[in-house]
Design a protein around this ligand. Structure first.
Ligand SMILES: [Zn+2]
Length: 328
């Protein structure tokens, strides 16, 4: 059986922990999943829901087509609740909780263990938090609450103290690349797929969500940045405009520069190819490594980092990028 097909990668070690908790009947009633955005917290929470309710007892990490697993996958299981901030709101509105809490007091319709997932619980403010707290304190025995956050410091203390904490760490490049290959298997039959998956995995720093956001097409874009900004003798105005038009685009652009020049520095120090992110540009990395001194490279990297900081502080990115081009 294929692993994880059609599923974002779930964190197998965490699932196995839930499997043991379930087997030994030591499952607590509320867990707080803590880890960076896009790491797979919600997907793992859904996998926990599948695991606790699977009708075939399918082993952890394998796909299952039992009615319960299928309904959870399709988002139409009557006992699975998913609360998250609506896009047009800045916090999770209290009404969303009121509605769900009422239903949580009744017996589940068909689940062995009903699961209520609250995503980005740091976006819950005090009023909604207080409404929710009562459920957190006294849920029914057949109800499991899973809350997620990427900023645990911003979660109401009263909420944190009522949950068991579960930490999520970035996937290794290999794990993420393997998953990306399955993910893109059907849509791309091009050769070199494996190498592309590895580059995308490295650019995504262990976050499947980030990898999906960037997408394989980003590899072409990042090479365009390398060609038109780093290797081109002059900076075209249209190019400068398009990459500094908004913060997100500028941040992605600077990240390509940063990873590329870090790679140049690695090549300069004679470090192995396995560590390189832009392995598809090995020839150019080598060329640039012989052009710059270590001090030059340190200066360029420092300038890129300072431009990145500038984005956060709303400074003029266009000016910073123009200065940067003069250094390169
Ligand atoms: Zn199943």
């Amino acid at each position: 059986m294929k692993k994880f097909e059609n599923h974002p990668p779930v964190h197998t070690a965490i699932l196995e922990r839930f499997y043991r908790l379930k087997s030994s009947k030591r499952l607590a009633h509320a867990y707080l999943f803590i880890g960076p955005k896009g790491i797979g917290k919600s997907e793992t929470a859904l996998a926990v829901a599948r695991l606790l309710n699977c009708e075939k007892e399918t082993p952890v990490g394998e796909a299952c087509d039992c009615p319960s697993c299928r309904k959870i996958d399709c988002g139409n299981h009557p006992d699975m609740y998913r609360i998250k901030r609506p896009e047009d709101k800045s916090t999770i509105p209290v009404e969303l909780f009121r509605d769900v809490i009422e239903r949580l007091q009744l017996r589940p319709i068909e689940a062995r263990v009903r699961v209520c997932l609250v995503e980005d619980v740091d976006e819950v403010r005090a009023e909604a938090g207080n409404v929710f707290l009562k459920t957190l304190e006294e849920p029914r025995a057949d109800t499991l609450l899973i809350l997620t956050t990427s900023v645990p410091e911003a979660v109401l203390k009263t909420v944190v103290s009522r949950c068991h904490q579960v930490f999520f760490f970035p996937l290794s490049d290999r794990e993420l690349a393997d998953w990306l290959q399955i993910e893109y298997h059907e849509s791309s039959s091009e050769a070199g797929e494996a190498a592309k998956a590895v580059i995308l995995a490295k650019l995504s720093r262990g976050s499947p969500g980030r990898a999906k956001d960037l997408g394989l097409e980003f590899l072409q874009e990042k090479n365009e940045i390398i060609d038109c900004f780093i290797l081109s003798p002059r900076l075209e105005d249209a190019f400068l405009k398009s990459y500094t038009s908004d913060k997100e685009t500028a941040r992605k652009f600077l990240e390509v520069l940063l990873t590329f020049f870090r790679d140049v520095a690695l090549v300069k120090r004679g470090l192995g190819e396995a560590a390189l992110i832009h392995a598809d540009r090995a020839g150019d990395l080598k060329k640039l490594a012989s052009r710059y001194t270590e001090a030059d490279l340190a200066g360029i990297v420092a300038e890129i980092v300072s431009a990145m900081r500038g984005i956060k502080e709303n400074m003029n990115v266009k000016v910073a990028v123009t200065l940067l081009k003069e250094m390169i």
